[in-house]
Design a protein around this ligand. Structure first.
Ligand SMILES: [Zn+2]
Ligand SMILES: [Zn+2]
Length: 347
């Protein structure tokens, strides 16, 4: 089968590899229909968290159809259409039982080498093997469009988890730092649950336009403080969602939040340490949280919100191409000429 893998020069290439399977206990094989290209894939290729070895099949976001089922899998059948969580979890350990699937000892993150657990081949391929399938996969409701569903595997789930962790209340002012897919979807979720206003802080004017078209107030970083002050009488934002992962944007988050406010960071930091202004954090009673999305526990609710019309995350998808054209799509994504590209596998 064809798959997109890390080449020896660290770039993505389309290779021919053996199909996975047959599935072992608890596993299924999925024929991929859609596979997303994500900022995390770009991090992997740039080696931001350490290098993934050549031959690593990329991709951790997919929608597809089950074609083979291993022993012990009873809730999924061949022919079922499913959407994944970008990482696997066992579903029954003490972490999984408290919806902390990310902390599961059996976690594997698709398509990222060994950066977040034992290696698990990615989904930018014609077929993908899924361990712990009954937990890792969710059935796709036929009323949920596949292009919306694929965002439930990571980007929308991450955005939703940030809004939830920040305990956003209706009418509050939210600042989102970063206008990539997760930042824009965080703004979308915040507006969907009744935020008073949402400011998206983003240097790229094309991304600011997308934010504005979705009902957010878009600003470049230099004017972020003035924009938030203008909306809050100088108090600062009730909630700041940091969706970049740099020291400068974490600093900016603490700068923009009001006294007693909440910062939720979903940007993936590659720096080892960050100097927290503890005197301010203490006297202002700030809540700082770091959030990894949970596509397993949020999938059912988010599918219902898409079907009901409260969320339509597909506005972030601005590129559709074939598996064979993936290297070109990666180039465009690296240069920020696309927000989000989806590979139509098998087209
Ligand atoms: Zn992703
Ligand atoms: Zn577990």
């Amino acid at each position: 089968m064809k798959a997109v893998a890390v080449a020896s020069d660290g770039k993505p290439e389309v290779i021919e590899v053996a199909e996975p399977g047959p599935p072992g206990p608890g596993e299924v094989v999925v024929a991929v229909e859609l596979a997303g290209i994500c900022g995390t894939d770009l991090h992997v290729l740039r080696g931001d968290f350490g290098a993934a070895p050549p031959g690593t099949i990329l991709g951790h976001e997919f929608v597809g159809c089950i074609v083979a089922v291993g022993s012990g899998v009873t809730r999924l059948l061949a022919g079922d259409r499913v959407v994944n969580s970008d990482y696997t979890a066992c579903g029954h350990c003490r972490w999984c039982r408290r919806a902390g699937h990310w902390h599961c000892d059996e976690r594997r993150f698709f398509g990222t080498g060994e950066l977040f657990g034992p290696a698990q081949a990615g989904a930018q391929a014609e077929r993908v093997l899924v361990p712990n399938a009954e937990t890792t996969l969710s059935l796709l409701d036929p009323r949920c469009p596949p292009e919306a569903a694929i965002l439930l595997s990571d980007n929308l789930a991450t955005a939703w988890s940030a809004v939830e962790r920040a305990r956003l209340e209706p009418g509050e002012v939210v600042a989102v730092i970063g206008g990539g897919p997760v930042g824009l979807l965080s703004a979308h979720c915040a507006l969907a649950v009744g935020a008073g206003s949402v400011v998206v802080v983003e240097p790229n004017p094309a991304r600011r336009s997308v934010a504005a078209s979705q009902g957010a107030v878009a600003t470049d970083p230099d004017n972020a403080r003035a924009t938030v002050d203008g909306l809050t009488g100088g108090d600062g934002a009730d909630v700041v969602i940091e969706a970049v992962g740099l020291i400068a944007t974490l600093d900016s988050a603490v700068d923009l939040v009001r006294r007693g406010g909440r910062v939720a960071s979903v940007g993936v930091p590659s720096a080892g340490t960050w100097t927290v202004p503890v005197a301010k954090a203490f006297s202002d009673e700030l809540t700082l949280s770091f959030v990894v999305g949970n596509p397993i526990s949020t999938n059912d609710r988010l599918q219902r919100m898409v079907i009901g019309g409260a969320l339509d995350p597909t506005f972030v998808i601005d590129g559709r191409t074939t598996l064979a054209e993936a290297p070109t799509a990666y180039e465009a994504a690296m240069a920020q000429r696309h927000l989000k590209v989806v590979l139509e596998v098998g087209r």
